[in-house]
Design a protein around this ligand. Structure first.
Ligand SMILES: C[S@@+](CC[C@H](N)C(=O)[O-])C[C@H]1O[C@@H](n2cnc3c(N)ncnc32)[C@H](O)[C@@H]1O
Length: 238
């Protein structure tokens, strides 16, 4: 199996946009919840782990004045996102930076991406950090947002029990087959990853643990506006 960075998911980046919708239930609905919580007037937005730019495109469409700074450590994903954003005519509003968001949390002096962001968003990326790094990242995000700023994050969560883990897995597998896709064929397109920078394969935390981390990081309002089996959207405001 081809080696990829944790979070790239598929061996060929071109398979990501279709493949993620086949593997994960309600991917677009999940991203739209992040976007619905984002004020249309948002100016400066930070995106962590932008991947192929699917969330970025939804931000550009919702927030006509938004300028987006997007971090991703994968040159392949960043190139794919940049091409898509340029094709859509949003390139003036987008700055892609190849960087590890764990490094930004741990050693912010090494990566100056500015502060006073109106919002920070992320999807399917932060769960690659271990819990101590998740906490550091949440603290870094809280410190980077302007007063009242919003943090929206969609991620898989750790099941609270083995029974729930089995329920979540079955629901996810049924989703793929109900869409008319062959699970084995979709899975065969995935790459294999070990450690890359601060990320490794799934390092999941429960909803409760993540809400506590967000509160501890200084967010005043923390909520889960959407959840579908093991996928959750966290929304938090400083
Ligand atoms: C599953 S993809 C999700 C992409 C996009 N947010 C979406 O929802 O379609 C996760 C992305 O996070 C990136 N990523 C994972 N860990 C990272 C880290 N420590 N620093 C920067 N990017 C990271 C991966 O390269 C990948 O592009």
């Amino acid at each position: 199996m081809q080696q990829i960075f944790p979070g790239e998911v598929f061996a060929d980046t071109a398979d990501f946009d279709d493949g993620i919708r086949q593997l994960l239930p309600r991917y677009d609905e999940m991203l739209e919840v992040i976007i619905r919580c984002l004020p249309t007037t948002a100016g400066r937005i930070l995106e962590l782990g932008c991947g192929t730019g699917e969330l970025t495109m939804k931000i550009c469409q919702r927030c006509p004045d938004a300028e987006i700074v997007a971090l991703d450590y994968s040159p392949r994903m960043l190139k794919f996102a940049g091409d898509k954003i340029t094709d859509a005519g949003y390139q003036e509003r987008w700055t892609g930076i190849q960087a590890d968001f764990g490094e930004w949390a741990e050693n912010p002096q090494n990566l100056d991406i500015g502060s006073e962001f109106d919002a920070c968003v992320s999807s399917l990326a932060i769960h690659h950090l271990d819990d101590s790094m998740k906490l550091k990242l949440f603290q870094r995000i809280a410190g980077t947002l302007s007063l009242g700023g919003y943090f929206g994050n969609a991620d898989p969560i750790l099941a609270e029990s083995p029974t729930l883990a089995a329920v979540y897995q079955t629901a996810r597998e049924e989703w793929t087959t109900q869409q008319g896709n062959d699970l084995a064929q979709v899975r065969a397109k995935r790459g294999s990853s070990t450690q890359q920078g601060y990320s490794s394969q799934d390092q999941l935390a429960t909803v409760d643990t993540q809400l506590q981390m967000l509160t501890k990081s200084g967010f005043q309002t923390v909520a889960v506006p959407w959840k579908y089996y093991n996928l959750a959207v966290f929304a938090a405001w400083v």
